[in-house]
Structure formats: C-alpha cells, structure tokens
Design a protein around this ligand. Structure first.
Ligand code: TA6
Length: 303
C-alpha cells in the first residue's frame, strides 16, 4: 500500500530539495540537487525524468503517457521483472512482468556522500496471483553527474527460481535518423521482427522499426547522437541488451505514444533475458547494475 503524500512528506521532511506530488493519482517523488534533478513514480519505482546539471534531459517520456494504477508508463526507465515480453514460463496478461505495474516501497533517500534513492518490491496478493516464489527486489538509484542503477534480486524461497529482468530505458534523442548505437559489432542478436538470429555487423543505424535482443553483450554500449552532439555511454554487467525503436507503423498503433514520437527516442535496455535468463538459488542475491554517462561529443558525424 503506497503511503499518503502527507506521510511521505512528513517522513522525509528533513531532505532538502525533495518533494512528493501525484500525477493522476500516481505518487511521484521529485528531487532537485546541485548535481541533478530526478523524478520517480512509486509505481514501478519508475524513473520518469533525469537531467544532470548543465545537460539535456537523459530520458524520453511520451506526451501521451498514461498515469494510472496497474498501467505501464510509456518512457523513462520501466523495470522489467520477473519476465521479459510475453511470459514464457506460464501465462500472464502482464507483458514485461508485474514489477513496473506494482507499487514499490521508498525505503531511503540520502544526499551524502552521494545522492541515493532506494526502493523495495516484495510479494503481494497482486504478484502472487501470477508468480509464487518468495523474493525481494531492492533498487538503488544514484543520481549525480551520472545515473547509476542497481537492481538486486534476492531468493527468499526454499527452492531456486528462474527470472528475467531488464531496465527498459527510453533515451531522448534529437532524431533517431541522426543516431547510431556502437559497441555491439559482432554480437549475436535475435531480430524480434523476423525471429531469426543474426550477427551484428558494425554500428546500429535506424531506418525502420528495430527490435533486436543481443546476447552475451560487452560491458559498454554507446548512443551517439549527432543532432545533440552528445554520446550516452551505457556501462553495465548486463548479459543482454535490447535495442528498440517502433518507427512509424508501431508508433501509430500504440495508444500511449504520439504518432511522431518515434523520432525522439531510442530504447537501449540492459538486462538478462531469454537465453540469458537467470536461475537464482535459495538465499542468493544477484545484481544488475548500469551506469549512464552523457558527454558532449563535438564532431560526431551524422549517423
Ligand atoms: O523491449 C522491446 C519490446 O519488447 C518491444 O517489442 C516493444 O513491445 C517494447 O518492448 C514495448 O513494450 P511495452 O509492453 O512497454 O509496450
């Protein structure tokens, strides 16, 4: 049960720059510091906005996003858990799992020695309708010049279980046609539009709907945006990466996505999905960590 705005405001009254409000009934945390500003909905511990001081906003959020209980928010950083896409081990109506549609507890806000927000998700009647393992997921968000995320999954059950997870991050770009994604050359991927496996040849450029799942990926992937003259470096311990742009057709079919918004976003998601799914044993904790570092990169030529 999400605490009331009054309870949250009272509990964290001593934290300068921290406020709480509600967007159409969804509780939202806003934190402004000298280094960065961040907005997080408690539903899904969903980061909806992040901007480091002196930089452009890092994330895309659809103007058509829907803010209501049990409904995914289009944009920002949805947390995908405990399955990716359509559930493969069992049945569920929740594409990408229940974590992004479920309220998380805000367990902490610290400003020193670094700004860190912490959230927690544990089983509820809602989650147990679809998934029985006993688990705890803790999410640590470090918001400074860089944005670092750490998703810790703990098995509190007596037996092992298999899960998938991803940080489904929507990055803001000037124009997808001026963007390339580097760092995945030679990596095997599944083209979800054609369901065949291929090897990535060179950088990823965008000239149509793109929906690729890369497996056993290297530590660093970079989004180069010649329009913004910025590079976003994604450093993680993720086993998988997903690169997605809906392009014109799928954008028009998404009710919570503007018809022309495909031009201003790209998803580069870090996680462990499909053949990279994780088996976790009783008492074990596994961690997915990602750091986003945005730099001005003058001289990036057109994609
Ligand atoms: O991560 C890529 C993807 O699986 C695409 O296939 C597309 O469906 C996207 O996720 C968005 O999924 P959503 O359930 O948020 O509409």
């Amino acid at each position: 049960m999400t605490p009331s705005l009054h309870d949250l405001t009272t509990r964290f009254a001593s934290v300068p720059g921290l406020t709480f409000d509600a967007e159409k009934g969804l509780t939202r945390l806003k934190l402004q510091t000298a280094a960065a500003e961040i907005e997080v909905f408690l539903q899904g511990a969903h980061i909806a906005h992040f901007r480091a001081a002196g930089q452009e906003p890092l994330l895309f959020l659809s103007d058509e996003a829907i803010f209501q209980e049990d409904t995914p928010i289009r944009g920002g950083i949805p947390i995908i858990f405990p399955w990716f896409g359509t559930r493969r081990h069992g049945r569920s109506a929740d594409a990408h799992g229940f974590a992004r549609n479920t309220p998380w507890e805000l367990t902490g806000v610290q400003l020193e020695p670094e700004v860190m927000l912490s959230f927690e998700l544990t089983p509820s009647a809602r989650t147990q309708l679809e998934w029985l393992p006993d688990f705890r997921v803790r999410y640590f968000v470090y918001a400074g010049e860089e944005l670092t995320l750490s998703l810790e999954v703990e098995n509190l059950s007596e037996t092992s279980f298999i899960f998938e997870a991803a940080l489904h991050t929507y990055f803001a770009v000037s124009d997808i046609r001026s963007v390339r994604v580097t760092g995945l050359d030679g990596v095997e991927f599944l083209n979800q539009l054609a369901t065949d496996k291929q090897l990535q040849s060179g950088d990823i450029h965008f000239a149509g709907e793109t929906d690729n799942i890369y497996f056993n990926v290297p530590e660093t992937i970079t989004i180069e945006d010649s329009g913004l003259q910025r590079a976003i470096e994604i450093s993680s311990n993720a086993l998988s990466a997903i690169v997605w742009n809906p392009w014109i057709g799928k954008a028009a079919r998404l009710k919570d996505f503007g018809d022309d918004e495909w031009q201003r976003m790209v998803c580069v998601e870090s996680g462990a999905v499909q053949e990279n799914e994780v088996e976790i044993f009783p008492g074990e904790i596994t961690t997915l960590s990602v750091t986003y570092r945005s730099t001005v990169a003058a001289g990036i030529d057109a994609a």
